[in-house]
Design a protein around this ligand. Structure first.
Ligand code: HEC
Length: 111
């Protein structure tokens, strides 16, 4: 039992460490995460597909107060009518974790 607790604690500490160490995504990591999480089916950085290009999203949201929180909520809960008639369906945590979503949104805002 003690071994299990120690192992779990070590895993939690490691998880915390890697979460804080991965704050900024580079382009390659971000693109891989977009593919893994299904975002790439509808988004590219600079071309409109089903969803707006991330450059268009960044142009709209950059400088907005609470931009990160607003965008995280749009992705989680879904969104429509902001960029056009096409809706974005909700993206649950099973598709992308809170930490990964946060990093990805911060990356989008650099575009
Ligand atoms: C089925 C297609 C589809 C998928 C899958 C999808 N999106 Fe979207 N996304 C859209 C559309 C369409 C919009 C524009 C919605 C609107 O006009 O309100 C959008 C909007 C956005 C925005 C802008 C939100 C805002 O409030 O400014 C972000 C950021 C975004 N998507 C990120 C993501 C991420 C990250 C994922 C993957 C976890 C993802 N999207 C998956 C279609 C999609």
């Amino acid at each position: 039992m003690k071994v299990l607790v120690t192992t779990l604690t070590a895993a939690a500490v490691l998880a915390l460490f890697s979460a804080s160490a991965s704050a900024a995504l580079d382009d390659a990591k971000a693109e891989a995460l977009m593919k893994k999480s299904g975002c790439a089916a509808c988004h590219t950085v600079d071309k409109k597909l089903v969803g707006p290009a991330y450059t268009a999203v960044a142009a709209k949201r950059k400088g907005e107060k609470d931009a990160v929180a607003v965008m995280e909520k749009s992705v989680r809960a879904g969104s429509k009518g902001v960029y056009g008639p096409m809706p974005m369906p909700p993206n649950p945590a099973a598709k992308i974790s809170d930490a990964d979503l946060h990093d990805l949104i911060e990356w989008v805002l650099t575009k």
